[in-house]
Design a protein around this ligand. Structure first.
Ligand SMILES: NC(=O)c1ccc[n+]([C@@H]2O[C@H](COP(=O)([O-])OP(=O)(O)OC[C@H]3O[C@@H](n4cnc5c(N)ncnc54)[C@H](OP(=O)(O)O)[C@@H]3O)[C@@H](O)[C@H]2O)c1
Length: 257
């Protein structure tokens, strides 16, 4: 098992759900963390807890991954040891709405594509050169089962996660001759703020997503991330699909209500 103590881990979308749970798991391993997201109050609270509980160094960056100039300037501004990013967890992402192509909102489409696809590209483009300078690194993308299968009214979200799958595979080929590993962890249904964001705070709709079965928890996915991150250098978790027991595919969920 690879020892990650003292390694720098950058997590996008660290203020909630899978990103936040992963931050705590990497902190347990003694990693120093760069936590990036838009909500600064949450970043502050989480980073203070992690410093106190685990004695690690934490740098917070207010970052909107949709904005290339923002990403580039924040990464260019990293100083000293913070430039030595060992692991990038490309986790920031979202779904907005559920509608057919005919009825869908152009604004929602743009937000999903700008965050899930372009955001992941912008952060990767900025961080990979630092890893190459450092001669070590690991990019872990959070994809989705929706990157392998589609469902009605999930058109653009599924399209964005199919793009993550394609980009991950291509990135792995491009970095084959380097020490950098590339992985994707592709969850099924995980109970986070994801559905509240998708349904714009309409709690009843969000709750329906997780009704009648036990969904995965953010900690479950964080454990999968840690498994991939702590393999020995010659062991690449290329792709890991993770379901709750009640799920067998993007539309195949047994609910007992
Ligand atoms: N939950 C599921 O069932 C599920 C299943 C498969 C895949 N996933 C994927 O898992 C990842 C994490 O989602 P989650 O379930 O943990 O949802 P979540 O609880 O809503 O967390 C999403 C995180 O992404 C950040 N984020 C969103 N837009 C951003 C932007 N423009 N710039 C920077 N950060 C941004 C949010 O932070 P701020 O709002 O503070 O910026 C938040 O920290 C996503 O890529 C999602 O597609 C989730």
């Amino acid at each position: 098992m690879k020892n990650l103590k003292g390694k720098i881990v950058l997590i996008t979308g660290a203020t909630s759900g899978i990103g936040k749970a992963s931050a705590y798991k990497f902190a347990e391993l003694g990693c120093d963390l760069i936590l990036a997201a838009r909500r600064e109050d949450r970043l502050e609270k989480i980073s203070n807890e992690l410093r106190t509980e685990y004695g690690i160094d934490v740098l917070t960056i207010r970052l909107d991954v949709q904005k290339y100039e923002d990403v580039k300037s924040k990464v260019d501004g990293l100083e000293g040891k913070w430039k030595k990013v060992y692991l990038l967890l490309n986790n920031a992402g979202l779904a907005r709405g559920m509608a057919s192509v005919k009825d869908g909102s152009v604004q929602d489409w743009n937000e999903m594509i700008d965050t899930n696809v372009k955001g992941l590209l912008y952060v990767s483009k900025s961080i990979i050169p630092l890893m190459l300078d450092n001669k070590e690194g690991h990019v872990i993308n959070i994809g989705s089962i929706a990157g392998h299968e589609v469902y009605p009214n999930g058109n653009v979200y599924a399209g964005s996660k199919h793009a993550v799958d394609a980009i991950t595979k291509s990135m792995r080929m491009e970095l084959l001759d380097s020490p950098i590993r590339v992985s994707t962890i592709d969850p099924g249904l995980v109970e986070t703020e994801f559905s509240v964001v998708r349904h714009r705070g309409v709690e009843d709709k969000a709750k329906l997503t997780y009704e009648g079965y036990t969904p995965l928890s953010p900690d479950d996915i964080a454990e999968a991330v840690i498994f991939a991150a702590t393999r020995n250098d010659n062991f690449v978790v290329a792709e890991m699909i993770v379901f709750p027991k009640a799920q067998a595919g993007v539309r195949d969920v047994v609910r007992k209500v």
